[in-house]
Design a protein around this ligand. Structure first.
Ligand code: SF4
Length: 158
């Protein structure tokens, strides 16, 4: 069987983002991976208990807490969503994830700086942090070509 890949649910057209929209990823490999039945979608923010739509949230640099733009602390929901994503990975023996860049949950290289001013800094979202700390390699739409190469190599071994 093909190794499975965790994927941000919004990439597959599911309208789960804070603004009630999706963020479809346009790459031919997605259709192939879907045919191969290897994509396992999650939205850590929704599985952590947050609603759609919801207030945008950013990780605060000083404390690491996640606050919404109106000042509500949603750190717990973000952590619960991350733990759920990790449990999904364990259930499906998943070692690779393709997650939306810059999201406070899913970002793997960049996140917003916590001031809600649109500035990005180097950093990982909460789910990305938990998955990486548990040995799951996280890629994004920016690094998808690297993931494609890694998966092709993985397939060649089986
Ligand atoms: Fe997409 Fe991740 Fe945001 Fe959910 S938390 S909407 S999967 S980027």
């Amino acid at each position: 069987p093909y190794c499975k890949i965790l994927i941000s649910s919004c990439f597959l057209g599911n309208k789960v983002r804070y603004d009630g929209q999706a963020k479809v990823i346009n790459h031919p490999v997605i259709a192939l991976w879907q045919q191969q039945n290897r994509l396992v979608p999650v939205c850590p923010e929704v599985s952590g208990g947050l609603s759609v739509p919801r207030s945008p949230a950013e990780i605060q640099g000083e404390t690491g807490k996640v606050l919404t733009c109106d000042g509500k602390d949603v750190t717990r929901a973000f952590l619960q969503g991350a733990e759920h994503a990790l449990a999904v990975c364990r259930n499906h023996n998943i070692q690779f994830a393709l997650l939306k860049e810059s999201s406070p949950s899913c970002g793997s290289q960049l996140i917003y700086d916590g001031t809600f001013s649109g500035r990005k800094i180097n950093g990982q979202g909460v789910c990305s942090q938990v998955l990486s700390a548990n040995g799951i390699a996280v890629y994004s739409e920016v690094s998808i070509e690297k993931l494609i190469a890694v998966i092709a190599h993985q397939d060649s071994l089986t």
